[in-house]
Design a protein around this ligand. Structure first.
Ligand code: GLV
Length: 318
């Protein structure tokens, strides 16, 4: 990416997002000189992209096969997979990702589900609907073991939150290098060997060529009654093998926020599976301030002729 000509000053920005109007007014307020067009993702036109030098949004707009005259894309998500596959954004265009930290919200998403499973909240809600007095054993979360796959910003926040609840937390990363928040970090090559010891397995890995499919059928087959929580990307998990793993007791439950196809098709059997908790990709959602500040921070760096820390390494995919 060092080839990107610096300094670069964004002047004409197209925002393509559901919250485009709010992001646009945030940027107008903080950078009055900026010319802005904004629209829903699907309403961004080829003309907009020919007009703009910069694009802000989570996904490539349908009209964005070539991205017109855009030279910088600021992705409002932490995961930039929609800019890298199936069609990689031209490498002459700078791609940055949002600096907003999704660690705290995703940690809350995880903690909510850990308690929902451990305290059987779904079964209690059902019993309540049926006016059934259905006592059950309350098992503590404290003293359980978790394995967090992905030891970056998000994985570390999840580890801190679970540790605070008395959970012993191990991690898995590409290198297996030690990270303070984890008791032990294993290299991903050992993933299949370490899943059996965990009651909670949390996936917080981006969709990269290396991570795609890592939670495979054979890894699922080595789990020992864990609850699997996926807040990273659907592509990292073999969704087809999931039901089988639940049926065979390899998993006792799953909480899924991300799916191979989103929105999850209405015909998916996962919707009706009482062992599965589904949420619609909401564990870590970019805020208007997060999107706006991320753009402003990167823009300031580019104007000062520095490549922002948030520039995506095309080889790593994040
Ligand atoms: C959301 O999934 C993101 O990558 O920001």
């Amino acid at each position: 990416m060092s080839a990107f000509p610096l300094p670069f000053t964004p002047r004409r920005v197209v925002i393509g997002a559901g919250s485009h109007a709010a992001i646009a007014s945030y940027l107008r307020e903080h950078r009055p000189g900026l010319e802005i067009r904004s629209a829903e993702l699907t309403a961004v036109t080829g003309d907009d992209l020919a007009w703009a030098d910069t694009y802000v949004g989570f996904r490539r707009p349908p009209a964005g096969a070539t991205m017109g005259n855009v030279r910088w894309v600021h992705c409002t998500g932490a995961g930039v997979d929609s800019w890298l596959s199936p069609e990689e954004l031209d490498r002459s265009i700078l791609l940055t990702r949002t600096p907003e930290s999704f660690g705290p919200p995703i940690a809350e998403w995880v903690v909510a589900r850990v308690f929902a499973f451990q305290q059987q909240l779904l079964a209690l809600a059902e019993a309540q609907r049926e006016h059934r007095w259905a006592p059950r054993e309350r098992i503590a979360v404290s003293g359980t073991k978790a394995l967090v796959v992905g030891t970056g910003d998000v994985g570390r926040a999840v580890a801190r939150a679970l540790t605070a609840l008395g959970v012993t937390v191990d991690g898995v990363s590409r290198s297996g290098a030690p990270v303070t928040e984890f008791r032990t970090v294993y290299p991903v090559t050992e993933l299949a060997d370490v899943v059996a010891g965990a009651q909670w397995i949390v996936l917080v890995v981006p969709d990269t060529a290396q991570a795609r499919g890592i939670f495979s059928r054979s890894v699922l087959a080595r789990c020992d009654g864990a609850v699997l929580l996926n807040a990273g990307r659907g592509s990292t998990l073999d969704e087809d093998a999931l039901t089988e793993a639940l049926d065979h007791g390899r998993l006792s439950g799953a909480a899924l926020d991300v799916f191979t196809t989103e929105p999850l098709p209405a015909t998916s059997p996962l919707w009706d599976d009482a062992r599965v908790m589904i949420s619609p990709h909401i564990s870590g959602v970019t805020t208007v301030e997060g999107a706006g500040n991320g753009f402003l921070e990167c823009a300031a760096e580019l104007e000062a002729a520095r490549l922002p820390k948030w520039a995506v390494d095309r080889e790593r995919g994040y």
